[in-house]
Design a protein around this ligand. Structure first.
Ligand code: B12
Ligand SMILES: *[C@@H]1O[C@H](CO)[C@@H](O)[C@H](O)[C@H]1NC(C)=O
Ligand SMILES: *[C@@H]1O[C@H](CO)[C@@H](O)[C@H](O)[C@H]1NC(C)=O
Length: 135
């Protein structure tokens, strides 16, 4: 039988130790908007979340697993990591000079992050915009 003091130490450790990824709480909610500046397809909005200081890609994977209406693919760049290739079956193309641009609406301003989906760490209530665009 554990003493109450030992029990609380054990509980504290459980809370503080980094747990298995699957058990981590998704604490940072964000909304995700898919827009298309090339063909003007109507916008789509989704909600997802990331774990504490989790990367955007993690939130996108979580969304893809739970919502069949959101699908994406990415390729692995040797230097910069995950490159967002397609969203909902629409692919960026070198030939057409199209790509999926990453924007973030912070409420008072819209920024264009200087990193991709594998490095961007969303803040609470970020609106992530995946915008199909030309370059
Ligand atoms: C041209 C360019 C693009 C073009 C590439 C298209 C093409 N086929 O040419 C376009 C406009 C598509 C693009 C997009 C983006 N880019 Co860019 N891009 C560049 C730039 C100016 C030159 C790359 C290049 O041609 N190198 C020469 C060739 C020979 O080398 P390469 O390794 O084969 O180049 C490839 C990669 O760089 C890749 N690529 C380009 N951008 C990015 C971004 C990410 C995250 C990844 C994984 C790969 C990647 O595309 C190139 C062609 O295939 C660099 C800055 C620089 N001066 O290097 C930024 C740069 C690589 N891009 C950057 C960023 C942040 C982005 C975006 C995330 C911007 C945004 N917020 O939307 C998006 C990618 C979104 C996505 N879909 O995942 C950053 C990456 C930094 C980082 N550590 O993540 C850089 C370094 C510029 C910066 N802001 O500092 N980009
Ligand atoms: C769709 O989203 C874009 C952001 O990429 C925004 O500028 C535009 O006003 C939105 N369009 C509609 C019809 O809501
Ligand atoms: C937006 O708000 C944040 C914090 O509320 C502030 O730091 C930032 O300067 C603001 N940006 C603009 C463009 O007003």
């Amino acid at each position: 039988m554990m003493t109450p003091a030992l029990l609380s130490v054990a509980l504290l450790l459980l809370v503080l130790l980094p747990g298995a990824p699957a058990r981590r709480h998704c604490v940072t909610p964000l909304s995700l908007l898919v827009s298309d500046s090339v063909t003007n397809t109507p916008n789509q909005t989704y909600s997802t979340c990331v774990v504490y200081r989790g990367i955007l890609l993690g939130g996108m994977r979580r969304l893809q697993e739970t919502n069949k209406k959101f699908q994406f693919t990415y390729t692995e760049d040797a230097n910069y990591g995950p490159y967002l290739q397609s969203v909902n079956d629409l692919e960026g193309s070198t030939e057409d000079r199209t790509y999926w641009e990453l924007l973030v609406n912070k409420g008072n301003e819209t920024i264009r992050p200087d990193v991709g989906i594998g490095c961007y760490i969303p803040s609470e209530n970020d609106q992530i915009i995946l915008n199909f665009n030309k370059y």
